[in-house]
Design a protein around this ligand. Structure first.
Ligand SMILES: [Zn+2]
Length: 158
């Protein structure tokens, strides 16, 4: 099913880093409903609903909208907040920030650096070394298991 979604999504790419600028109407046609609601309408998934929250697999998290690399699994931690949490993005440009004063709160919104999709928020109560907690909606994340890590695990099992 995931594969079908991506086949219908002409902007999804793991190696094209050019900015993506589509209208809401265009996004609506390309994205699955749940992804659209969060990525383009700044929605929030139900806490505890993402299978990524407690995942300990080794690999890379990508933007589910455009394929931009966002976080490495070794910067993921158990925050207990109900959403997948990371303390550091994969690179400086992978994420962009905006002040969010919605719902009577002063928060910092985080968006994908390539397609400007809403991902979640960043807070100052994370662990060392950054002290940051990127609280991200799992619906807008794509995970790819590290192939090498997988291989070495299998070797050990033999
Ligand atoms: Zn993106």
């Amino acid at each position: 099913m995931d594969t079908n979604n991506k086949q219908n999504n002409p902007v999804y790419s793991r190696n094209d880093s050019t900015q993506v600028n589509l209208t809401d109407e265009e996004w609506k046609k390309i994205l699955p409903k749940d992804v659209y609601a969060i990525a383009r309408q700044k929605g929030t998934e139900r806490p505890g609903s993402s299978p990524f929250e407690h995942s300990h697999e080794i690999g890379t998290f990508y933007c589910a909208v455009c394929g931009n690399a966002l976080f490495r699994s070794d910067t993921k931690f158990e925050s207990g907040c109900g959403w997948p949490s990371f303390y550091e993005p994969i690179s400086r440009g992978s994420i962009i920030y905006a002040a969010d004063h919605g719902y009577g709160m002063d928060r910092t919104e985080v968006m994908c650096g390539r397609c400007k999709s809403h991902l979640g928020h960043v807070f100052n109560d994370g662990p060392a070394p950054t002290g940051l907690r990127y609280c991200i909606n799992g619906v807008v994340l794509d995970f790819d298991k590290a192939q090498d890590a997988e291989k070495s695990y299998n070797e050990k099992d033999k």
